[in-house]
Design a protein around this ligand. Structure first.
Ligand code: HEC
Ligand code: HEC
Ligand code: HEC
Ligand code: HEC
Length: 154
């Protein structure tokens, strides 16, 4: 008896061959080189995690150049608040010394983050005002010095 391969099987085998080749090619292209180096993850991710980009420098770094602001801050109620809580991450500015690399938050809403009346906050922990009632129409820092809130500006 002659050995007979039905034509639909040949076509099916061809389709399989294409899929498998495609799979192998794509897998080689898409799987990162160091995948599986140590386990079921990308080996290089360990190196990435060891070197996160630094954004915050810590208040001590600021004081090298701005000690007078800290001296001022120590005399008033904001003494416990560190520079970068208000000015945001300062590492870039510390390296460059460029004023454009640090933020100077001046909106009423910014002060409101901590001082807006909120029933879930104890008034004894932080004094709160209503932004919509307290001296509206002016920025907080037109009257309060942010580094020395009770040293009122004229
Ligand atoms: C190497 C010195 C140096 C260090 C460190 C430094 N600064 Fe400055 N800073 C400057 C200089 C110079 C200026 C620009 C001069 C000016 O306008 O008084 C400035 C300006 C600023 C300004 C005003 C920006 C503006 O738009 O007017 C802020 C806010 C500020 N620094 C905050 C910080 C904070 C917060 C830190 C710590 C994370 C810090 N600085 C660390 C040198 C420094
Ligand atoms: C409670 C929030 C707050 C804290 C904490 C704070 N700042 Fe500021 N700072 C401000 C605001 C708001 C301004 C903008 C003032 C303005 O434009 O009149 C400012 C302005 C500045 C300026 C510009 C010059 C000036 O006096 O207006 C410098 C420099 C500065 N801050 C440095 C610092 C440093 C250094 C620290 C930490 C020792 C610090 N700040 C802590 C809110 C804060
Ligand atoms: C990160 C939170 C925070 C931010 C932002 C902040 N403050 Fe304060 N503020 C405090 C704390 C904490 C105190 C000390 C506790 C108290 O007295 O409420 C305080 C105290 C004060 C007081 C004295 C309240 C009192 O009766 O003793 C004034 C005024 C004040 N802040 C104004 C401002 C102004 C203006 C801004 C915006 C430039 C600002 N604060 C931003 C946390 C903050
Ligand atoms: C026109 C000037 C002026 C402006 C603008 C202003 N304040 Fe005041 N603030 C005062 C004076 C004066 C007092 C003290 C008398 C009083 O309690 O009203 C005070 C008191 C406070 C107190 C203490 C309230 C208490 O019950 O002890 C806080 C907190 C405060 N201000 C935060 C802010 C914040 C945050 C802003 C911006 C949203 C702001 N102030 C805008 C002048 C101002």
């Amino acid at each position: 008896m002659k050995f007979y391969i039905p034509p639909q099987l040949t076509r099916l085998a061809l389709a399989f061959a294409i899929f498998i080749t495609l799979f192998i090619v794509l897998r080689n292209l898409l799987v990162p080189d160091t995948f599986g180096q140590y386990g079921h993850y990308r080996g290089d991710s360990l190196i990435d995690n060891q070197q996160p980009e630094i954004h915050y420098s810590g208040q001590e770094a600021c004081l090298d150049c701005h000690q007078e602001i800290e001296d001022m801050k120590q005399t008033d109620v904001h003494n416990t608040i560190r520079c970068e809580v208000c000015h945001g991450p300062g590492e870039k500015h510390v390296s460059s010394g460029d004023a454009a690399d640090i933020s100077k938050p001046d909106s009423r809403e910014f002060c409101g983050v901590c001082h807006e009346k909120n029933a879930a906050r104890r008034q004894s922990t932080i004094v709160q005002i209503r932004l919509s009632e307290h001296n509206t129409g002016k920025k907080c820092i037109e009257c309060h010095n942010p580094h020395q809130p009770w040293e009122m500006k004229e």
